[in-house]
Write a protein that binds this ligand. Sequence first.
Ligand code: FAD
Ligand code: UDP
Length: 370
Amino acid sequence: MEKAKILIVGAGPVGCVLAERCANELLVPVQLIDKRSHIAGNCFDRQHESGVLIHQYGPHYFRTNDESLVHYLSQFTEWIPGNYFVTSFYNGQYFPFPINLLTLAQFFGKESLTPEEAELLLEEKREKIENPKNSEEFVLSRVGREMYEAFYLGYTVKQWDMHPKELSTSVCGRIPIRLNTDCRYVDHAFQLTPKDGFTAMFTKMTTHPLIDIQLNTDYKTITEKPAILIYTGPIDEYFNFCYGKLAWRSLSFDFKEYSEEFRQPNVQINYSNDFDYTRTVEIKHVTKQEHPHTVISYEYPQAEGDPYYPIPTNENHELYLKYKALADKETAENNVYFCGRLAEYKYFNTDEVIVNALHTFESIKKKHGN
Ligand code: FAD
Ligand code: UDP
């Protein structure tokens, strides 16, 4: 293989997509590195010792409204329907979550509720807040205090170690509230899971004679600078934390094997008011793997560890904007492209980062393509 013209730091979804695009369209050698021992970034799935396929870094529910994105990814995988159903454990009972007509009826002890009856009930419960400024105000203005305290407050405090008052509306605003009986976790038009898993999909994407993958390789150890650098690691680290560190929330995952086919009725159970963990995940409900054993992942939020979630406060956003100004200069002057959840310090889902990667590729092609 000739000397790589493009170096990509990070073999997560963004790094893999950009490697594939550069190799197939620009026809140039690409060096794709990751400090971890595997590709696929946080979408990485693998066989647990038991043989059960697990999502190593939390459940990944692929969803999108973008049909062209599904077409693009379908070159590398077949799909099975997404089966994303979540319940929330409160007061000894399991409630469908996100909140919908069934949740409302169960919570307020009604046999059933029509959308009109639910609207009247919520009208009584909602706090009158015109322009919610934070996650607490957002939820109070949508469902009122009782359900806020049952389903959101404790979960959010555990997840972020911050009060919902301190977090932007976008955090709890991610969760829909529905006046119908749709119990799916998300609303998107396409809810699909790669048939053989994410790692298999990204492996197929990056298996190309022009792509050289080096794992267990930190960017810090690379001395030779390429003509084009695509950087998907944390943006503050790239600039040696010159303005200080950006804050991240991390998680630890405790995987437990059980010798039964299924242990939970659905893939994810959220615990707002019980236990130290936020949720238990039995991904077999989504992967549809047939296996006599199962594995449950218990998710414990923590301050230290891999950077998983950018913390969306105004202060962190301001700090990010300072790094972003440096990054824009670096792109213009030195052909360094920043893309992805870590490099853009944003709570992106997988479909969103892949779309961003495809846009970044268009910029690279415009500037460097023949
Ligand atoms: P990443 O996947 O983070 O990949 C970046 C890679 O860069 C990593 O592998 C890292 O090791 C590597 N790297 C960093 N620094 C260096 C360095 N210095 N040298 C070499 N390599 C480096 N999205 C969904 O659509 N649905 C979900 O249900 C969902 N659930 C999630 C649950 C959790 C717990 C988390 C944390 C995320 C979830 N996501 C979900 C989001 C999804 O994981 C991300 O959108 C996606 O992985 C981002 O891709 P990326 O390539 O930007 O970054
Ligand atoms: N959330 C909550 N209760 C729940 C689930 C989520 O309060 O049962 C809040 C919490 O603050 C969380 C946010 O909503 O961080 C977004 O939840 P989501 O499940 O989308 O988070 P992710 O899957 O990205 O961890």
